[in-house]
Write a protein that binds this ligand. Structure first.
Ligand SMILES: [Fe+2]
Length: 459
């Protein structure tokens, strides 16, 4: 009898220990419905002959005084100019910039005229208007340049991933759009999901460009390539990976001494942002490897305290979906991230939300069996924000029990916000679509790894 009660106590203890192993698996239950693409009619082109459409901007230089303005004209390459002026100046003194034009064919699709104009040497922290088109099809937009790069510059980033163009995508997008704090979006890959349609129907790239225009025309979106950007389809003669994505979305990779637009870096306000490509070679001596190796030597935490990496495929993921897919890249680069005290690693790919503890798994050397991640205050927090709401639906199966590296996970669509306050503190929130925008289902004060390397973990 006594032995029996001891056994019960032992089992109870073990089950408590097991429960304490991981973090929180949210039991919030969302209504499961198929994610269906919105029809093309939901994204009509703007009226007027050859009207500029699919307008989007991104950072156009190293530190935020440049902007790349991109748009599509469906019928004619002209006009091919952007007029822009500071909002506090007279429009009569507008400057003009010519765009580079590209077009591409994909299977039986021919793109419109894709324009990319890079304007540089703008004033920091200044609102600018810009105009595209001419006469009765002129369209006017505006953006605000970031403050000068500096260690205590507050700045707020939205984080969105795997968006697609379904009714769920629209909910995520509108939810972010209604949050007036967001100044720039860090987009962690998988944009249009055109490749989920027959022959990678590239009209879906056009509808996606129209879908997001009301944000992308007014604030920069920083692009990361995901697997749905590859569009590699030799069975229909399409053998150039990333063709539609790289034609449509330009990034300032040359100013980051990168040889390829799929990996690059920028400085913005108090953040140094490194974008990597999960779907390009990254083994020893590859261009991406060599570039990243030099990249860490360029980061000056006195200037940009916040070191953020964006990569599509997560390194720490406890869902059944895409489990361990990021493992080889983690093995290649994790020790660099820990040595260089990366603050945050943002990823998508898994269609759900997860936040990790600060953990590392760099001790493992094949023979020593030390293959379990351990708490490490020099390690980044890994955020998976692949919950934009695309056509493939929700990742709703967890690995069990929740591993100790996983602090919070929830199978819901949503987006995240990162409010950098100064060199030591940033306030991070995650917003599920079913709540009102101010509600944060997950939140954390994040401490900077260089300036305030305290443990801020939730357990
Ligand atoms: Fe993906």
């Amino acid at each position: 009898m006594a032995a029996g009660s001891e056994l019960v106590s032992l089992l109870l203890l073990l089950s408590i220990a097991n429960l304490c192993n991981g973090g929180i698996t949210s039991r919030y239950t969302r209504k499961l419905e198929a994610s269906v693409d919105m029809p093309a009619e939901a994204f009509p082109p703007p009226g007027g002959y050859n009207a500029p459409e699919q307008v989007h901007i991104t950072q156009g230089d190293r530190d935020g005084r440049g902007v790349i303005i991109s748009w599509v004209t469906p019928l004619s390459p002209k006009p091919n100019v952007v007029r822009y002026w500071a909002a506090d100046c007279d429009e009569k003194h507008a400057d003009e910039s010519q765009a580079r034009i590209t077009t591409y064919k994909y299977y039986n699709y021919t793109s419109g005229f894709i324009h990319h104009a890079t304007i540089k040497n703008l004033k920091y922290g200044t609102k600018y208007f810009y105009e595209l088109g001419s006469d009765n099809v002129t369209r006017r937009f505006f953006f605000t340049t970031p403050p000068m790069v500096g260690p205590d510059v507050p700045y707020t980033f939205g984080i969105i991933g795997d968006l697609g163009q379904t009714y769920d995508s629209n909910q995520t997008f509108e939810h972010y759009y209604s949050n007036l704090k967001g100044q720039t979006v860090l987009f962690v890959g998988d944009l249009s999901y055109a490749d989920n349609h027959p022959f990678h129907d590239n009209r879906k790239w056009d509808t996606w460009g129209r879908f997001v225009e009301k944000s992308t025309a007014y604030q920069p979106w920083i692009w990361t390539a995901g697997n749905h950007e590859m569009d590699f389809a030799p069975e229909i003669g399409e053998k150039t990976p990333f063709k539609p994505f790289t034609r449509r979305y330009h990034v300032p990779y040359r100013s980051a001494q990168s040889t390829c637009p799929l990996w690059y870096s920028i400085k913005r306000a108090s953040a140094y942002i490194i974008v990597l490509s999960s779907y390009s070679a990254y083994g020893t001596y590859t261009p991406q490897y060599e570039w990243l190796l030099k990249e860490f030597t360029k980061v000056n935490r006195e200037e940009t305290p916040w070191l953020i990496v964006m990569v599509h495929s997560p390194w720490y993921n406890s869902y059944e979906y895409h489990y361990m897919e990021g493992e080889s890249m983690r093995v290649m680069f994790e020790s660099w991230f820990v040595q260089n005290k990366v603050d945050l690693v943002l990823s998508g790919h898994v269609h759900a939300y997860e936040r990790s503890e600060r953990v590392s798994n760099v001790r493992y050397n094949i023979t020593n069996r030390l293959s379990t991640p351990i708490r490490d205050i020099n390690a980044p927090i890994y955020l998976t924000v692949g919950d934009g709401g695309n056509i493939e639906g929700l990742a709703n199966r967890y690995t069990e029990p929740q591993p100790s590296y996983s602090a919070y996970r929830e199978a819901s669509f949503g987006h995240a916000m990162l409010e950098i306050k100064n060199r030591t503190h940033a306030y991070y929130t995650w917003h599920r679509n079913q709540d009102a925008e101010p509600v944060a289902a997950d939140s954390l004060w994040i401490y900077n790894r260089h300036w305030y390397p305290e443990d801020e973990s939730s357990q």
